[in-house]
Design a binder for this molecule. Sequence first.
Ligand SMILES: NC(=O)c1ccc[n+]([C@@H]2O[C@H](COP(=O)([O-])OP(=O)(O)OC[C@H]3O[C@@H](n4cnc5c(N)ncnc54)[C@H](OP(=O)(O)O)[C@@H]3O)[C@@H](O)[C@H]2O)c1
Length: 247
Amino acid sequence: MKHILIAGVSGAIGHALAEHYLAQDESLKVIGLCRDPSTVKFHSEYKGRVHLLPWDAAGSTDSTEIAFDLETVLSKDEGLDGVIYAAGFLHGAGIVPEKRLEDLNAEALAHSFAVNATGFAVLMRAVAPWLRHRGFKTVVAISAKVGSITDNGFGGWYAYRSSKAALNMLVRNFSIELPRKCRPLACVAVHPGTTLSPLSEPFSRSLAQLTVHEPADTARNIASVIDGLTQDNNGQFLSWDGSRIPW
Ligand SMILES: NC(=O)c1ccc[n+]([C@@H]2O[C@H](COP(=O)([O-])OP(=O)(O)OC[C@H]3O[C@@H](n4cnc5c(N)ncnc54)[C@H](OP(=O)(O)O)[C@@H]3O)[C@@H](O)[C@H]2O)c1
C-alpha cells in the first residue's frame, strides 16, 4: 500500500491532488494535514483511506508533536512514499501582496515565511524517519515561479517571492542531505501553474491574460510530473509541464 502525506489538503491544489491519487490507486492512503480537518470533505468511497490531522504551519513549530500525531495513523515501518507540501500564503487577514517598498511590513514577511517556508522545514524534520525505507520516494514542495530569483524581472510581492525563494533553498538543501539516509529519493520544487483557488482569486482580472487551470487539471499536471520523477530529478525546480525553471 502506498502512503502519501499532503500538507495543505484543505486547499484547492492540495485537495485536488489527494482526490487524484485516491482515484488512481484504490490501495493508496492519504494523510492530510490542515488547520481544520472538519472543513475538508472527501467522496464517501475514499473515507477509509484518508486520515486528516490538525496542523497549523504558522503555529506547529515542534517537529516532535507533528511526528507524534503522524505515528497515530501511520507507523514508521509502513513509511511514506510521497510528501507534498501544498500549503501556501499570499494574502489574508489584512495582508496583501506589496506593490512597492512602502507597502512592506515585518508581520506580513514573518507570516509568509512561516507558512511558505518554515512550515515545510519543520514538517520535513518530523517526517524524515518515515522516508528511510528502501522504496523510491518523492518530496515535492509546491512553490511558485515568482520564487525564482533568476526569473524575477518584475519586482513587488516581497513577502511571497522571498518566502518561496526560501522554500526553494530548503528543497535544494534537503535534496543534498536526504539521500544520505533516505535513498532512493527525489526532492523537488514544483510550480503548479496559475490555478483557480482562493489564493489566486483576488487577481482574477490580471489572470484573464494568463492560462488559468482548474484545480483538477493542475492536480493531473503535477501528478504527471511527480509520477515521472527519478533520482536524476533530485534537487530540481520544475514547472507543471515538466520543464525546468531556473532557481
Ligand atoms: N493558485 C495558483 O495560481 C498558484 C500559483 C503558484 C503557486 N501556487 C501555490 O500552490 C499552493 C497551493 O495553493 P492553492 O492555489 O491551492 O491555494 P488555496 O486553495 O488558498 O490553498 C492554500 C492552502 O494553504 C493552507 N494554509 C494557509 N495558511 C496556513 C497555515 N497557517 N497553516 C496550515 N495551512 C495553511 C490553506 O489551509 P486553510 O484551508 O486552513 O486556509 C490551504 O490548504 C501554495 O503553496 C501556492 O503558493 C498557487
